[in-house]
Design a binder for this molecule. Structure first.
Ligand SMILES: NC(=[NH2+])NCCC[C@H](N)C(=O)O
Length: 504
């Protein structure tokens, strides 16, 4: 993505200075060509008393620079000490470098924020980005796990959009696998129930939730008892289509309750339409490139692998693109693997103009990342990129106790139940409260409390306190500080705020 920031972030600025120091050393000491500086980071130090920022530069570059991390750190530190922005440089531990900036650097950063106002953070010349998130299977209402991916993906898309990218929010509907046939059979049972039959307990292996009752009723209204006379092969496509449509309507409603709206809903089934089979096309495309072969997979070494079969089969050469094993494309029953369709799907995104793709997936998809990235590399000749964000599980609690399943869904607590109970804002806030890759505790009782243990309340409290700071400033320090927010920002940008934040 373009990096032409109008207001270089202070951390990015300091990182550029660290890179500069390393590049100068590379020239002076003739380090080998092509050293990868991308692992160098500048972050807040773990302990604030160590300074404003810390960098791992010496630690990650030492090997290639053929120096001891500690010695290299001293050399980098020496150069950074000459930097006008930096007040103090300390080498710590095995070779960390701690930096303290001059107060003027922070004051200038604040002034930039004030000057740019609501435009702060935008870039020029954004890219077309596709963010795929939620993509929950259309087999029932969404649960709290989906909720986290939904909010995270939506916030990420909004952020990219604000920054200046041309963002498309997309949902992949998995409407082609075995699970939607199970959905159809479950709905058919509810249809018989709606016609007055006593269906007894829902058999093992079918979806038990009450949410399929309306589907059964709708089918009965639409078809009367006509479907009863048909064979399963005859009624299944009709029942499946109806059930999927009704599930998707429900999912869209649930998402709307969180103020989430996707631009594109992409059907997996549309990829394998007769006469327009994108999966077959993609397989041919990869075959022509030499990325597909007939072969046998070695038995998995560690834990059992779900799709391993000891047979000669069609394989994608994923190992040529960074994956651990080659991957099956066609199952023993002749149908495509989930992965085969997904390759065609991502190729389709690329063909629609999205070289930048981001997928937000649930915690159970961790093992699937490498193969999908390999496929994107292969189908786009490495001109497209796929970034995958995994969202970890949410532990739903009430006063510290795990919340049990709900009746409506048959097993899980639905997203709707949670939103209805605590409201959209609290849900959205809590879903972003921890990093996406850390497990999250979400206590339904706590988010309603008026206490400092409740982060939702605490942020609102912080907002109120922020206003009282301006009120006090006006009363005691700057009587001329405007009350109107816009005028206040303009005044602060022009004022001697540098002296106000610096040491006196
Ligand atoms: N392109 C993808 N594979 N997206 C993720 C799909 C997630 C899948 N439907 C699930 O519910 O687990």
């Amino acid at each position: 993505m373009p990096q032409t920031s109008s207001s270089l972030h202070l951390f990015a600025d300091v990182l550029a200075r660290v890179h500069g120091a390393c590049r100068a050393l590379a020239a002076d000491f003739s380090w080998p060509e092509g050293i990868d500086f991308s692992r160098v980071v500048v972050e807040p130090p773990r302990d604030a008393s160590h300074g404003d920022m810390a960098t791992n530069a010496a630690m990650v570059l030492a090997k290639e620079a053929k120096a001891k991390p500690r010695d290299l750190a001293e050399q980098i530190a020496e150069r950074l000490r000459a930097d006008a922005l930096i007040a103090r440089v300390d080498v710590a531990g095995p070779g960390f470098i701690n930096l303290t900036l001059k107060p003027a650097a922070w004051a200038e950063a604040l002034r930039t924020v004030l000057r740019e106002g609501a435009e702060y953070g935008r870039i020029r010349g954004g890219a077309k980005v596709n963010v795929e998130y939620v993509s929950a299977n259309p087999t029932g209402p969404m649960h709290v796990g989906h909720c986290r991916g939904a909010v995270f993906g939506d916030a990420l898309a909004s952020l990219l959009q604000f920054a200046g990218h041309d963002v498309t929010r997309e949902y992949y509907i998995n409407d082609a696998g075995a699970q939607v046939d199970v959905l159809a059979r479950s709905a058919f049972l509810r249809y018989r129930e709606a016609l007055g039959e006593d269906i007894g307990a829902i058999p093992e292996g079918l979806y038990p939730g009450d949410y399929l009752k309306p589907v059964g009723q709708a089918l009965a209204t639409e078809h009367g008892d006509k479907l009863l006379a048909m064979s399963e092969a005859q009624w299944l496509p009709t029942v499946r289509a109806k059930a999927i449509a009704m599930m998707m309507d429900e999912i869209k409603d649930d998402l709307a309750a969180l103020n989430i709206r996707h631009d594109v809903f992409f059907s997996e089934r549309s990829l394998i339409e007769t006469g327009n089979n994108k999966v077959a096309e993609t397989i041919d495309f990869l075959k022509a490139k030499g990325d597909i072969y007939e072969g046998r997979l070695p038995p998995p070494k560690g834990a059992p692998v779900e799709d391993w079969e000891d047979r000669e089969q069609l394989l994608f050469r994923a190992t040529a693109y960074g994956d651990d094993v080659d991957r099956p494309l066609i199952k023993s029953d002749g149908s495509y693997t989930y992965f085969a369709s997904d390759i065609a799907y991502h190729k389709n995104k690329f063909d629609r103009g999205f070289a930048e793709m981001i997928d937000v997936w649930g915690a159970d998809h961790g093992g699937y990342i490498k193969r999908m990235q390999a496929a994107v590399k292969a189908t786009t000749s490495a001109t497209g990129s796929l970034d995958v964000k995994i969202v970890q599980l949410v532990k739903l609690l009430r006063n510290g106790e795990p919340v049990k399943m709900s009746k409506r869904s048959g097993d899980f607590v639905t997203l709707r139940e949670v939103v209805d109970e605590v409201g959209q804002d609290a849900v959205r806030f809590m879903m972003l409260y921890r990093k996406n890759d850390a497990v999250l505790d979400f206590d339904l009782a706590k988010v309603m409390e008026q206490s400092r243990d409740n982060p939702v309340f605490y942020v609102q409290y912080g907002h109120a306190r922020g206003h009282s700071i301006f009120r006090n400033a006006r009363a005691e320090v700057f009587p001329e500080l405007p009350e109107d927010a816009g005028a206040r920002i303009a005044w602060l940008a022009e004022s001697a705020v540098g002296t106000a934040v610096g040491p006196r």
